[in-house]
Design a protein around this ligand. Structure first.
Ligand SMILES: C[S@@+](CC[C@H](N)C(=O)[O-])C[C@H]1O[C@@H](n2cnc3c(N)ncnc32)[C@H](O)[C@@H]1O
Length: 251
């Protein structure tokens, strides 16, 4: 029997045509597919008949599986000799717990292959026509999350003062106002352009334009996942104005 192996695969931001060919092939050849809540039905449908399909994230009011449970499940399936594919939204190395899952599997003698994916901030930038870096304006990109483990807003935003840094903030939709206030308090100019993009990459994607001073108040309603991009580059963003396309305060 071949060595036990798990593939940790990035599905990109939603639509299957934003998956890499390697990711598509991995799913098409999976014998066990464990997939997160943000994975599209189209992506799950790529798995062959007979593949064991297990949804590990919250959907339709069902609770998420605990991380330990997911780890043990991957291990059990891999030890049975199945080709296990763990399919995650975006890129597995960006807030995708790839480090924890790889370490657990390797400690238990299971080899791991990671397949990268298009992360939400890159999908948002491409779709709404703005760059994340820009010569002479944005020399750095910070991928960050607004949340600490306890679900609270993280405290240290001192890096936000850097006028040449673009901030791509994940899991910050619900607390966008407080997040923007922290960035201003840390020394970033209140007029710094900021956008929030909901369901980046998909046909239903929406953008809300603003500045650090205005963005929090402009987000409204309920919807899908939101990534916030703060920095001079956000001034180049195209797309409908906030009033025409109000978007959610959800994560
Ligand atoms: C646990 S993180 C996973 C990030 C993912 N690994 C990635 O690379 O995009 C989940 C957060 O990513 C962001 N996100 C994921 N998919 C998104 C999308 N299609 N549009 C906007 N934001 C998205 C949201 O901030 C969401 O709360």
């Amino acid at each position: 029997m071949p060595d036990a192996q798990v593939l940790l695969v990035g599905a990109g931001p939603g639509p299957v045509d934003l998956m890499t060919l390697r990711a598509v092939r991995a799913v098409e050849s999976a014998q066990a597919l464990l997939y997160d809540a943000l994975i599209s039905e189209e992506a799950v449908a790529l798995a062959p008949a007979g593949c064991v399909r297990i949804q590990t994230g919250k959907r339709a009011g069902k609770p998420s599986m605990h991380q330990d449970e997911i780890n043990r499940l991957m291990l059990r399936l891999a030890r049975k000799g199945l080709r296990v594919v763990r399919l995650k939204g975006g890129d597995p190395s960006v807030f995708g717990r790839v480090g924890e899952e790889s370490a657990f599997l390797r400690e238990h003698g299971v080899s791991v292959e990671v397949v990268p994916g298009v992360t939400a901030a890159c999908a948002a930038a491409a779709q709404f026509g703005f760059p994340l870096t820009h010569r002479g304006e944005a020399r750095r990109v910070v991928f960050t999350t607004a949340r600490l483990e306890a679900g609270k807003l993280s405290a240290d935003w001192s890096a936000a003062a850097d006028p040449e840094a673009t901030f791509a903030v994940y899991m910050g939709g619900e607390m966008a106002g407080a997040l923007c206030e922290r960035m201003i308090a840390a020394g970033r100019a209140p007029g710094t352009p900021a956008v929030a993009v909901e369901q980046a990459g998909g046909a239903n994607a929406r953008i809300c334009h603003g500045t650090l001073e205005t963005l929090g108040a402009r987000l409204s309603g309920h919807g899908g996942p939101v990534v916030i991009v703060v920095g001079e580059v956000a001034a180049q963003a195209q797309g409908a104005a906030a009033d025409e396309a109000p978007i959610a305060r959800t994560a």
